[in-house]
Write a protein that binds this ligand. Structure first.
Ligand code: PLP
Length: 434
């Protein structure tokens, strides 16, 4: 791999135009301007080649331009690209709904949207509609989207909320039982207990559980920094919520579609959620989201909710091809290559200065950088992300101090090892820079 010390001329020109014309709200973590992709590789407009360890923020499950996905999309685009699914049923999307319900073991129905946040909005509306309860619960460090309802649930970074209040009211946040940085001065061993006690305390003193519609959870916190819960926590949470008739919404927008080595990450927890949201990896980069909800919750009448583009047949065709590939070996690959990569990153990085934790499941992996003790070290993390880019490896930050690894699920073991080596080199160069 060659080292790129400065921005290429074509990339530079596009970035200059970009700065003048697009919204200043877009983040541009480093000056990468894609031109085309192939497998796990991306090429920029100057012909530079990059190993993709970010997957368009955990989206491109099947890599770039997978021939099966291209074929499915082309075939459907030739037939029709849009007839509003909110008004008229069409076969490609009905087939996808049937397949998704089957993947969850039956007993669910599906509402389709275009993006993750739309699936969350639909879940908020259905939870309130069905239970006629106003309150919603979410965890601190959660990311559920950026529209006004989902943003009210999001609490991974106050920058996302600054200047936008009043947000949707009746949302209460509960500290996440992060085993690496436990809240309430708890320990890794007792943090699940302490958080569940806190929730019971909340219900007893301030928040009548009979007024709570749903608890929104990510099986592994994504934008919050790839934070895994303690073993068994979600089972205990689900039992507690069931006692109060509160719905559990599993936001699998980042964790779902095979990324963690099972179709849903909740499968690792042995929990069956009342609702599940999927998006990102579901359709290999085509805009599609799905809210699956238990059959019994399907109480809203015709016309209660809808959207013009949600349930797009071209995106559905991409999703069907993606599911074929996931079932044909990619989920298993995510588990196998993910396990290998986590071991490799641990061996290369743990115990070195500034490295606090290497954690993950399947191909959802993070390295968390620290200062003293376990204090966040965003500066070192950002420097490594930049050095990795210069070395030809695309990564992204997640949360205050984690570097995330979320490559396409087609990643081979040898490309995974190459990425691990590049990450180590990026880390060493970042340390040298001081
Ligand atoms: C867990 C989770 N929920 C919701 C969203 C929002 O999805 P979208 O950006 O497609 O609206 C994201 C996006 O990062 C996410 O990771």
């Amino acid at each position: 791999m060659t080292t790129h010390t400065s921005v290429g001329p074509k990339a530079k020109a596009i970035l200059e135009r970009d700065r003048k014309v697009v919204s200043s709200s877009y983040a541009r973590p480093y000056p990468f301007v894609p031109h085309r992709g192939e497998g796990v590789w991306l090429f920029d407009v100057d012909g530079r080649k990059y190993l993709d360890f970010m997957g368009g923020i955990a989206v491109n499950t099947t890599g770039y331009a997978h021939p099966k996905v291209v074929e499915a999309v082309t075939e459907q685009a030739r037939r029709f690209a849009h007839v509003c699914f909110s008004d008229f049923a069409h076969e490609p999307v009905v087939s996808l709904a049937e397949r998704l319900v089957e993947k969850l073991g039956g007993g669910y129905r599906v509402y389709f949207g275009n993006s993750g946040t739309e699936a969350i909005e639909a879940a908020i509306k259905l939870a309130r509609y069905h239970t006629r309860r106003p309150y919603l619960l979410a965890f601190t460090g959660a990311f559920h989207g950026r529209t006004m309802g989902s943003l009210a649930l999001t609490s991974s970074n106050s920058k996302y909320r600054e200047g936008f209040s009043p947000l949707m009211p009746y949302v209460v946040h509960v500290p996440f039982p992060d085993p690496f940085r436990p809240p309430f001065n708890a320990t890794e061993q007792n943090v699940a207990e302490v958080v569940l006690d806190y929730l019971e305390h909340l219900f007893a003193t301030k928040l009548p559980p009979s007024e709570v519609a749903a608890f929104f959870v990510e099986p592994i916190q994504g934008e919050g920094g790839y934070v895994l819960p303690p073993p068994g926590f979600f089972q205990r949470l689900k039992a507690l919520l069931d006692r109060h008739g509160i719905l559990l919404v599993a936001d699998e927008i980042q964790t779902g579609a095979g990324r963690t080595g099972t179709f849903l990450a909740m499968a690792h927890e042995g929990v069956v959620p009342d609702m599940v949201t999927l998006a990102k990896g579901l359709a290999s980069g085509y805009p599609l989201s799905a809210l699956l909800f238990r059959e019994e919750l399907s109480s809203w009448p015709s016309g209660a909710h809808g959207t013009t583009f949600g349930g797009n047949p071209v995106a559905a065709a991409a999703a069907m091809a993606t599911l074929d590939l996931l079932e044909g070996g990619l989920i298993e690959n995510a588990r196998r290559v993910g396990d290998r990569l986590i071991r490799e990153l641990k061996a290369r990085m743990m115990g070195r200065p500034g490295v606090g934790d290497v954690r993950g499941r399947g191909l959802m992996i993070a390295i968390d950088f620290v200062k003293e003790g376990r204090d966040h070290n965003p500066k070192l993390r950002d420097r490594i992300v930049n050095e990795a880019f210069a070395l030809g490896l695309l990564t992204l930050p997640a949360g205050p101090s984690a570097l995330r690894v979320s490559p396409p699920l087609i990643l081979t073991e040898s490309d995974a090892m190459l990425g691990a080596e590049l990450l180590q080199r990026a880390y060493e160069r970042a340390l040298e820079l001081g």
